[in-house]
Design a protein around this ligand. Structure first.
Ligand code: BES
Ligand code: MN
Ligand code: ZN
Length: 508
């Protein structure tokens, strides 16, 4: 999609669809700067059919109903109540939702070129409106049809090829910058959706390595791939143990961005890259097992966030991303319940359930990453537990942290991105649940607090480094249905991470 800022008058736009965003109002007058649109909307407004409410839209063909517009179609989209909203993050979400509604409406029509008029009086800075508009548009028009044979693909709806934002008399440069910021974040999230949509046989561990290498080449990042032999030398018994049953070699993908000097603060991101989780010997039930191709969404989020970071090249911060990647399959070679493994750094762990594998691969990556890069803060992301869905449903990501400031930064970034988090506790009572009779720890903590005991397991490997863990099992797919969130993988946490890095305290 071609994205541009435009100062051309909306009336003169001769493309397929002209979009106006209209805020909700009880007043007599349609709150729109264009007299032509006010007049055209009048009957729908008067009757109460279109009042600018959230989710509402009104389509018409101007040649028939109003003169003076060159566009093929006009779409008015409701923003909801913006005037009395004081919560900036709620306003940002309204814009994304309205943009999502616009592309949903356009999807059924023959729309190739689209222009939207930047709404005014939203309570947000114009650049921020532009940012959220691009996010909603791109995220809302996402499609994955790679595996549809061409006959079926031909029936797919028309795709929008050019999008321009009409900024009127405003500063086009500032607005363009906002637009581009939104675009980079949304494209990264869509890339993460693509990875997740790939089936297990389309996205084995080596694909993470290939993606990271390509990113590194394109954007001058440094990339290291630890192979199975490296892991053996380093004693990464967690990744190796989980990988034992699989014919696909494991990878530990490391991607580094340096924003100036090595001594600048370093943020470390770790993502679970389990490309298919059958449960292993503790096999999962067959029903719904296909969804476990999504068990790599943490890894996807981390590497795709790096894509946006690499494009933006922030000064004064270093970011290092690690993705341990493997399948979890049963075989005569596979890890068994009762087995004891030794993690990187020497801690031993009794395997109670081979389906609690995410924590095993993350433990090695966390311990190795902290020992190697001495980061100032660590964030891991993982589709780690079914229990987080019981606790929070599909509406919030579970957050656990050893550092309050880091937790607050993440909560804020999540709210700004429309990807809310909810903090759960950690503590010695939970750590007690994973003590083992025969090893240092065990990989499950019994019935209660399944998400927290998984967090407690990871906590064993982070030492004193400020650390936060995001359990995205409920939000990585089937996330809260919204106009800009399709069914299937959501690309969750990519935009949260990008926002977090953008706002991270930098060295000057
Ligand atoms: N990848 C799963 C977690 C998961 C389950 C994500 C359902 C999304 C939907 C993870 O590896 C797993 O199997 N966890 C087990 C842990 C248990 C054995 C302690 C779980 O949640 O059942
Ligand atoms: Mn599992
Ligand atoms: Zn898993």
């Amino acid at each position: 999609m071609l994205f541009e800022c435009n100062q051309k008058e909306a009336d003169l736009f001769s493309g397929d669809l002209l979009v106006y965003f209209i805020r909700e109002s009880k007043g007599k007058a349609v709150p729109c700067p264009s007299r032509i649109i006010r007049r055209a909307l009048k009957p729908a407004w008067k009757s109460g059919d279109f009042r600018g409410k959230k989710g509402q839209s009104f389509l018409y063909y101007p040649s028939a109903s109003a003169k003076g517009l060159a566009a093929g179609r006009v779409l008015a989209v409701g923003l909801g109540k913006t005037a009395d909203q004081v919560d900036i993050n709620a306003l940002r979400e309204q814009i994304r939702l309205a943009a999502g509604t616009a592309v949903q409406q356009a999807a059924g029509l023959q729309v190739r070129s689209m222009m939207a008029v930047l709404p005014d009086k939203t309570g947000l800075a114009d650049a921020e409106v532009a940012e959220c508009l691009s996010e909603g548009l791109l995220l809302g028009s996402y499609r994955f049809d790679k595996y549809k044979s061409s006959a079926e693909a031909e029936e797919e709806p028309t795709v929008i090829e050019t999008f321009s934002l009409q900024v009127g008399g405003l500063d086009p440069e500032a607005v363009q910058e906002g637009m581009d910021r939104g675009r980079r974040a949304a494209e990264a999230a869509c890339r993460a959706r693509d990875m997740a949509n790939e089936p297990g046989n389309g996205w084995p561990p080596v694909k993470f390595a290939e993606f990271a290498r390509t990113l590194a080449r394109r954007h001058k990042l440094s990339c290291d791939i630890l192979e199975k032999e490296d892991m053996q030398k380093l004693g990464m018994g967690g990744i190796l143990g989980v990988n034992q049953g699989s014919a696909q070699p494991p990878k530990l993908v490391i991607l580094k961005y340096e924003g100036g000097k090595k001594t600048y603060p370093t943020l470390m991101l770790v993502g679970k890259g389990l490309t298919f989780d059958s449960g292993g010997i503790s096999l999962k039930p067959g029903q719904g097992m296909e969804e476990m191709k999504y068990d790599m969404c943490g890894g996807a989020a981390v590497l795709c966030a790096m894509q946006a970071v690499a494009q933006e090249r922030p000064e004064g911060i270093n970011v290092v991303a690690l993705v341990p990647a493997t399948e979890n399959l049963p075989s005569s070679m596979a890890l068994k319940p009762g087995d004891i493994i030794t993690h990187y750094g020497g801690k031993t762990s009794e395997i109670i359930n081979t389906d609690a594998e995410g924590r095993l691969i993350l433990a090695d990556a966390l311990a190795y990453g902290i020992a190697t890069y001495a980061p100032d803060a660590v964030i891991d992301l993982a589709t780690l537990t079914g229990a987080v869905i019981i606790g929070l449903g599909h509406h919030r990501t579970g957050l656990m942290a050893t550092d309050d400031a880091l937790a607050e930064q993440l909560l804020l970034a999540g709210d700004r991105a429309g990807e809310p988090l909810w903090r759960l506790p950690l503590g010695p009572e939970y750590s007690e649940q994973i003590k083992s009779q025969v090893a240092d720890i065990k990989n499950t903590g019994g019935k209660g607090a399944g998400s927290i005991t998984a967090g407690a397991y990871l906590q064993e490997f982070v030492g004193d480094t400020p650390w936060a863990h995001l359990d995205i099992a409920g939000t990585a797919w089937n996330f809260t249905e919204k106009s800009y969130i399709p069914k299937g993988p959501s690309g969750i946490a990519v935009r949260t991470l990008v926002d977090l890095v953008r706002r991270w305290p930098r060295k000057k």
